[in-house]
Ligand binder design. Sequence first.
Ligand code: HEC
Length: 152
Amino acid sequence: MRTWTKCVVLSIVAAMVCGVALAQFTKPEEAIDYRQSAMVLIGQHFGRMAAMVKGERPYNKAEFAHNAAVVQMVSELPWDAFMMAGSAKGETKMKAAALTEKDKFMADAEKLETETRKLAEAADAGDLNAIKAQFNEVANACKLCHTSYRNK
Ligand code: HEC
């Protein structure tokens, strides 16, 4: 790898690692963009797994495991972006309750992280019945938070 490529890769990794610890958004719109982008990625890769779970597409172990790993990784990123003051207004579907019920919101977020970690493990193991059961746990974790904190 060329040096500049390494630099780019390292900065991206650094940005992701730092993003977990401290969100550096200057405006609510930036936080909204960030979290919506993360949710779009989660939704897209979740949907690809759903198609295999429902039998709309043939199950492929490597593909499923890849999607599970992406959802697991992205599900560690966006939560601080939901907590930015003033970010329940504007181009967002987040309910204002998320900001006033931070602990409960973060518990829902952690639940998703836990369940997606287990899904990634099941996906690596490759037992389709276990995968389906754990996929449903992840889907429930999505619903739990959306019911409380996302407007339709
Ligand atoms: C801890 C809370 C929480 C969890 C868990 C969660 N979401 Fe979300 N999600 C939200 C909120 C809040 C929004 C609205 C964000 C906004 O508009 O600012 C959202 C938005 C979305 C969107 C719309 C993105 C857009 O802007 O078009 C999708 C798709 C989505 N979530 C999918 C998922 C999936 C799939 C899961 C589970 C794998 C999941 N979410 C888990 C809170 C959550």
